[in-house]
Design a protein around this ligand. Sequence first.
Ligand SMILES: C[S@@+](CC[C@H](N)C(=O)[O-])C[C@H]1O[C@@H](n2cnc3c(N)ncnc32)[C@H](O)[C@@H]1O
Length: 524
Amino acid sequence: MDAKNGDKTRILESNVCVVCQNPALHKCGGCHRVYYCNKQHQRDDWKQHKLTCKPFKICEDEVLGRHLVATRPLQPGEFVLQEAPLVWGPSSNTVPICLGCGKGVNAQNSRSCSRCGWPVCGDLCEKSPGHLAECRYTTQRGERVSIKNFGIPHPIYRCITVLRCLYQKQFLPKIWKKLEVLEAHCESRRASSNYENDRVTVAEFIRRFFKLSSVFSEEDIMKVFGIVMVNSHEVPLTEPPFIAIYGTSSMFEHNCSANCSKSFTNQGHILITAAQPIQEGDHLSISYTDSLWGTPNRRYFLHETKFFWCHCSRCEDPTEFGTNFSALKCQDTNCSGLLLPETFTETQKLPEWVCTRCSHSISSYSAHDILERIGRDLHDLDKNDVEACKSFLSTYQGYLSDNHFYRTDIKYVLSQLLGQQSMRQLSEEDLALKLECCQALESLVKTIGVAERRILGTVLFEMHAALAEVARRSGGTNELMKSRRILIEAIEMLSNEPEVLPEGKICKQARQNLKDIDVLLEKL
Ligand SMILES: C[S@@+](CC[C@H](N)C(=O)[O-])C[C@H]1O[C@@H](n2cnc3c(N)ncnc32)[C@H](O)[C@@H]1O
């Protein structure tokens, strides 16, 4: 078996032994992806399966704590890990959701659980194992919950995921064993400004409301709150998204230009694949932030929520690998240079932003001020209005670098909006703009955030559509062949996305478009 090509073909959908094809219940404990009907067949297969089983080991050091290191080379797209959540639940700031399936609920599409009163979609959700914890604790408390306001974030949901973890501590020691070892940053959090509010709204509340003060101490609850905060992943399978905590996947370190991508299966399992070529001995990383945020925003978010200052190579390079993603344009007359600080990683005395061409400089406060003002404009912009988006790009052309994150945000919006109603009716100018936005985004994302496969996939899909339209107008086969190549790349990027997500639907459409292009090419 060629490890480079992977044994994807041998991973079977149903639970069938990969050796004899008989029904099988026993899963490989390393990758959880292949089944065996007995131990002997697993032993027989190991020589072959080890080439593609779990491709990493857990290591530990003083800076990162536990982290994952590749034990063999991996190619982009190759499988790294898939696992089911240990616990899932509502995010800390959410409108009411069904506690059985996670979907948003309102007065029309939900009813109260017959035992505890929490809103659920129906019978199936009421009986869902996920809902057991709060159902049991609410029933025990002797008074049902009554949720009346559905459209606004409801503070009581803040406690549910923590409560579900505490339930594991009390009743399910096997899962608790995996949860309790996760990083909680108790000390750093105690010193943070949010600690008191969290203590009152979560720890005190759980003990009082669910009458659990003799079962869980405030310290127990605050530790669990930390575990949820530091390790949970937002799972976008429902609207609003829910959060989930995974075991081994919690060990991936963060990097702002991560070498692994994460996606989720329809069942809420996390699926990690390689996003770049990875060598044996390389650290495996995912991004804990949005890779398309500027450096100061990413670093601040990581510090506030994960309690470390990021020093990845992207954060250490103010130009972000030459993209100037966070740079401002120099305002000195006749200068076309860019303003950037010498470093973004100095947290004490913020350095001046200095022009790359002339001697002009501005204080970091002025830079911050400019960005804040433009940010407010961006916030108020109607992102369904093509003309308003175009106007934003031209208004700030003289202030923001071409790749600046604010401009990138709008280029992404335009790449989707232009041609959304009809590609055929796009003016030549708008078609060229769509293509330009897609090309700029492709090059940028491949440089700073190649692990953002969902973004890259959707950009490439839009690019193929624009190129196909150019081909239709010009009758050129070259453009059509290029569109086909881009489409294949888009499918590769989106192939792990579940169909419930827009990206999964785009992937399905892309597969259909590929067939259509092939038919067309045969005719030409
Ligand atoms: C989800 S946990 C990762 C596993 C953790 N290292 C452990 O031992 O349990 C996130 C924590 O790992 C550490 N960490 C992850 N990536 C890091 C990085 N790039 N630099 C420094 N610390 C990092 C931080 O303490 C962070 O809060």
